[in-house]
Design a protein around this ligand. Structure first.
Ligand code: FUB
Length: 511
């Protein structure tokens, strides 16, 4: 039963992938393995991150998760993998799907690790709990069966993603759920049983999954993944948050604290460590990453004076950003020899800064299942003087791969000819490949793309630069300006660097 649902979910995610979603990416805590679903805990001077472990193969279409790892850091920059401290065999009553969890210290001084796991009984996901004498364990099953299952009265449609919070009076609360089904309950002091009934909290707008509860200055906060169109593209999740004056709500929605990321799933852990607050989350931006090959990362989180959170800036890691110069592509009309019906030619000149070659979050040009040489082309109503292009290749680790070679051509007035003095036409992943040439004045520029054997090719962004602007700040010609670039300093250039912290537009003053 559980595996059938897993297949259904994977199918849904696959459909979702065709439309895709997100932003630049932070450096992961590790690239040795893929990690996901972080939970954070501070004990003494150490930050502990409890993560899931993605083991899906390249191109995999389902979660493969068998254990959970613990990472430690004393500076929130360098993390040490302390190993797989908990795994499915630790729960004799379960057999698959080591999904999200969180660790909480009990009143007895022991550490309780609540996890999502697929039990062998009826239904799908359950919440189990393990216990250890230290934050690093060793951990053993604390209950011998699920704490929450599909047979728990008023349980969630999908019983996953527990977040456990201890209030100042010692009362422990657990929130969990997915498929829009947020649930909450009090835990008994034994940390392994529920006190009273399961409630359905109110006011948690557009809750999807992955709740994370904490308290600051007497206010309760609940961050969670939401996947509504107001904050993310179809199939992708952002992180919204709500506040309350009571640990069980009612909650008041406060806005978006983390935009969508490069993986369809999004999963927050918010914590203060050594005086600095952090948003810990995962994305698909590590080399070879994907929706089922995620990487935990973290960025600093800042507060407003009114107790609201500023939207987290996802810092770039390894992506140098678009090259400088006046990009004429935005004012051009794009065409191509072939684009797959489900892909988006318009993606190549929308000015988006990809997080990596697999980042199809703003659409992608792809020509699967054509092989050999295909082309993309820009046309302007009047001639433009151009001396460089920059190409960000699309590579989905499936049918579309980096090309074998490429060649820039221009329209001479009667035919396409190679641009004179062309430098190497780069085919590197995860970066802008800049190709220079002797300036040409033309109404059309073409990029011939030759595939590797057995693969098709794709492009996320193709920039064409006005000659002589290599030292000008990056800019794009605003759409509708008929290709006439605006100059730096005019205040109208749409800079492509969006790394500055920006307050959330729908911020609300806490009362
Ligand atoms: O990693 C498996 C599931 O994906 C988690 O439980 C959800 O929060 C989502 O990240």
């Amino acid at each position: 039963m559980g595996r059938r649902w897993a297949t259904v979910l994977a199918g849904a995610l696959l459909l979702i992938l065709a439309t895709a979603g997100p932003a630049p990416a932070a450096a992961p805590i590790t690239t040795a393995i893929y990690t996901a679903d972080p939970a954070a805990l501070v004990v003494d001077d150490t930050l502990y991150l409890y993560t899931g472990h993605d083991e899906a193969p390249t191109g995999g279409t389902n979660f493969v998760m068998r254990d959970w790892h613990v990472y430690t850091s004393t500076d929130a920059t360098t993390f040490t993998d302390r190993g797989a401290k908990l795994s499915i065999p630790n729960f004799s009553w379960a057999g698959a799907d080591a999904w999200a969890g969180e660790v909480e210290r009990g009143a007895d001084g022991r550490y309780y690790w609540y996890v999502s796991i697929n039990g062998n009984g009826p239904g799908w996901m359950n919440i189990g709990v393990a216990v250890g004498d230290s934050p690093l364990g060793p951990f053993t099953d604390a209950k011998g069966g699920p704490l929450i299952s599909d047979s728990t009265p008023n349980s969630s449609p999908l019983n996953i993603d527990p977040t456990v919070f201890t209030d100042d009076d010692g009362q422990v609360y657990m929130y969990w759920g997915s498929y829009y089904g947020l649930r909450a309950a009090k835990l008994n002091p034994d940390m392994t049983s529920i006190n009273g009934s399961v409630i359905t909290p109110s006011g948690v707008t557009n809750f999807w999954e992955a709740p994370w509860m904490f308290k600051r200055n007497g206010v309760y906060y609940l961050a969670y993944a939401a996947n509504d169109s107001g904050c993310s593209q179809p199939g992708y999740a952002c992180v919204r948050y709500a506040t309350a004056s009571n640990p069980l709500g009612p909650w008041t929605h406060r806005g978006v604290v983390l935009d969508q990321v490069t993986s369809t799933t999004n999963h927050p852990a918010i914590i203060e460590f050594k005086g600095q607050w952090y948003m810990v989350y995962h994305n698909a931006s590590s080399p070879g990453g994907g929706d089922f090959r995620r990487s935990v990362t973290l960025d600093k989180l800042y507060w407003n004076a009114d107790g609201t959170m500023q939207k987290v800036v996802q810092t770039t890691g390894g992506n140098s950003g678009p090259p400088p110069g006046v990009n004429l592509a935005a004012g051009a009309t794009a065409s191509t020899s072939y684009v797959s019906p489900w892909e988006t030619l318009g993606a190549i000149n929308d000015g988006f800064v990809p997080a990596g070659s697999a980042d199809r979050s703003h659409g992608a040009y792809g020509n699967w299942n054509h092989q050999g040489t295909e082309w993309i082309e820009y046309r302007w109503p009047t001639a433009r003087s151009i001396d460089r292009t920059a190409t960000y290749w699309f590579d989905d680790d499936q049918g579309i791969d980096l090309p074998a070679s490429c060649q820039v051509q221009y329209w001479s007035g009667s035919a396409y000819v190679n641009v004179p003095g062309q430098s190497a036409c780069g085919v590197a992943a995860d970066t802008y490949n800049v190709t220079t040439f002797t300036p040409v004045s033309t109404t059309r520029l073409r990029l011939n793309i030759t595939s590797r054997p057995g693969f098709s090719t794709g492009v996320l962004e193709w920039m064409a630069f006005q000659a002589g602007t290599a030292s000008t700040a990056s800019s794009t010609t605003p759409t509708g300006e008929a290709g006439v670039p605006r100059t730096a300093g005019a205040g109208t250039i749409r800079a492509t660097d969006s790394s500055a912290p920006a307050p959330d537009a729908d911020r609300i003053t806490l009362s």
